[in-house]
Each structure stands twice: as structure tokens, then as C-alpha cells.
Design a protein around this ligand. Structure first.
Ligand SMILES: [Mg+2]
Length: 317
């Protein structure tokens, strides 16, 4: 571990950066490529947190809402209690959030017990490699980072498996956790990629090596970016081909498709790399995270910062 102040700053930027990307991308979900830069051609001009498609300006979606519920469970329980995380997700899903992934909704509303619901869904449907576990991982990535590579990747897989029965989703979430862990130490996650791939389950390594390779481009995706592989690949591509937080999330939203999630994943990585000062204040100021099912709670940036500080502090001694 490098200096703990630097670690905490990067942890804050991971969680804030992911939430900002989510809210920035939400109005462009399922839109075409290039829609964001067509509307906001010049960086730094403001107005980008525009709302639309049912979202208020700065309103974060299910990605961040679930990440917050997960982070609060880790803090309040003092560790990973999967039944508690599942209960919070289920309570949230039952309250009718504005957006929820098809598969996540099917699993959480199945009435099946927490340790069987995702597996039973996968058994019947055979399709569960969506990006719905990857999208909510910023808080758990921060929490488990000080434990080192193996424990952080193991925790990522177990949390992903709550809603996603396909191991591809577990591995993608585990890679994200590990890239965040590396970035929080001040090292370059892109440099670490070959090494990280070595820790991926052998049955899934080739497919992730393809989408995380330096010459991969989102145009080469073989699935819609709502799937876990191109989603993670696109986020890493956006980080690799830009030099700032702002440009990374702009590039992510500009890809079109599942823009809120691709930008949430990109924003987590770029936040961890560039730190909180790189996230424009005009984006964190309107940011807010409603929590359906949990009273009238709406978290704003200061509360997200406090959550990040708690998650980073908990394990750094
Ligand atoms: Mg979303």
C-alpha cells in the first residue's frame, strides 16, 4: 500500500467517478454512436449533465443505486454477508426502480433463496452474461482492495453470483475489482492487464484477453455492449485511448448502446487513475442517487464521498 491519503482520494474518485459516468450516460441509453459529441462537441463547455429519457439532470441509475446498497451492506455488516446484500437488492427491486436489468429483475423477483436464485435462473435461461454485476462493483472494489488480489477477485465473483449465474459475469467483475485495486495503489492498471488475465479462470481467459487487448476496438464487439465482455472491453478502451477522466467518460457515452453502464465502469476506472480533482465539479454538483425501497433517501456527492471514505478506511489498517 502506498500512502493512505492517496489511496483514500483514489477510492473517492472510483465511486464518484462511476456514479458521474452513470448519470452522464443515462439520457443517451440505447442511442446511436456519436450522439453525445454531436450534442456537446467541445469538452469543458458545460450542460452535459442534461437529463432526458426519464432521468433528471445528474440522476444516477440502477448501476449506482445497487453499488450504494452493496457498499452500505459491507460497512454496516463489517464484511461480506451475501444474504444481507441480496435482501437489500430485493427490497430495492420490489420498490420499482426506474431502471433494472432484465436478468437482475428476474432473479431478485423470483422468490427463490439468495443462494439459489441466480443459479436456477441460469439453468433455465442459459443466458446470464450481462453487465449487471460489473456495473455495480465500484464500492466493493474499493472495500476489498486492501486485501490483495486473490481475496478481492474471490469476493467479486461471489457478489456477482448473487444475480448472475454465468461465470463470464463473475470473471468480468473480478477483473474490474483487480484493476481498481491496482489503480488505488497508484500503479497503472493497463500495464497490469496481462498479469491480471493470468488470474482469470482458464475457461474465460481467451475471451477476456481478446476484448482487453491494446488493439481491440468497440467496433469489433461481437455482442451488444450490455454483455459483460464488450462492456468491460469498451471501458478499458476508453481509458486507454484518452488522457483525462472527462475524455474517458465522453468516449464511453459516445459509443452508444448501454451508455450509462459503459460510462459507469469507465468512470470507476478513470476515477481511480486520475483522482477526484479530475472529475468536473459541474458534474458532481447535480449528481444524486435515489434509493427506491429505502425511504426518501437520496444521496448526493458529499454522502458518496463519505461512503467511499468509510469503505476505504475500514480495511486499510
Ligand atoms: Mg443503469
Amino acid at each position: 500500500m502506498t500512502d493512505s491519503a492517496g489511496h483514500t482520494r483514489r477510492a473517492i474518485a472510483t465511486i464518484l467517478g462511476s456514479a458521474v459516468g452513470d448519470a452522464l450516460g443515462a439520457p443517451f441509453e440505447f442511442g446511436p454512436e456519436g450522439a453525445f459529441s454531436a450534442r456537446f462537441p467541445l469538452r469543458g463547455h458545460g450542460g452535459e449533465m442534461c437529463g432526458g429519457g426519464g432521468w433528471d439532470p445528474g440522476e444516477a441509475t440502477d448501476d449506482t443505486q445497487m453499488a450504494v446498497l452493496l457498499g452500505e451492506s459491507l460497512l454496516e455488516r463489517g464484511g461480506l454477508e451475501l444474504p444481507d446484500v441480496f435482501d437489500r437488492f430485493r427490497r430495492w427491486a420490489a420498490a420499482g426502480p426506474k431502471d433494472i436489468g432484465l436478468q437482475t429483475e428476474a432473479v431478485l423477483s423470483s422468490g427463490d433463496p439468495w443462494d439459489l436464485a441466480a443459479a436456477l435462473h441460469f439453468q433455465v435461461n442459459q443466458r446470464a452474461a450481462g453487465n449487471g454485476a460489473l456495473m455495480r462493483a465500484a464500492t466493493s472494489a474499493v472495500y476489498f482492495a486492501p486485501h490483495g488480489r486473490e481475496p478481492t477477485m474471490r469476493a467479486a465473483r461471489r457478489i456477482a453470483a448473487l444475480t448472475h449465474g454465468d461465470r463470464a459475469a463473475w470473471e468480468g467483475t473480478a477483473i474490474f475489482h483487480e484493476l481498481i485495486r491496482v489503480a488505488l495503489t497508484g500503479e497503472d492498471p493497463l500495464t497490469a492487464l496481462p498479469d491480471v488475465l493470468g488470474a482469470v479462470h482458464p475457461g474465460h481467459r481467451v475471451r477476456y484477453a481478446t476484448v482487453l487487448a491494446p488493439d481491440w476496438h468497440p467496433d469489433r464487439a461481437t455482442e451488444f455492449n450490455g454483455a459483460v465482455w464488450p462492456c468491460l472491453g469498451s471501458a478499458v478502451w476508453a481509458l486507454r485511448t484518452t488522457t483525462s477522466y472527462e475524455d474517458a467518460v465522453r468516449a464511453a457515452v459516445d459509443l452508444g448502446g448501454d451508455t450509462d453502464t459503459v460510462a459507469a465502469v469507465t468512470g470507476g476506472l478513470a476515477g481511480a487513475v486520475y483522482g477526484p480533482a479530475a472529475i468536473p465539479e459541474r458534474w458532481t454538483e447535480p449528481l444524486h442517487v435515489p434509493l427506491p425501497g429505502f425511504g426518501d433517501r437520496v444521496l448526493r456527492s458529499p454522502q458518496l464521498v463519505a461512503l467511499a471514505q468509510g469503505l476505504a478506511r475500514r480495511n486499510t489498517n
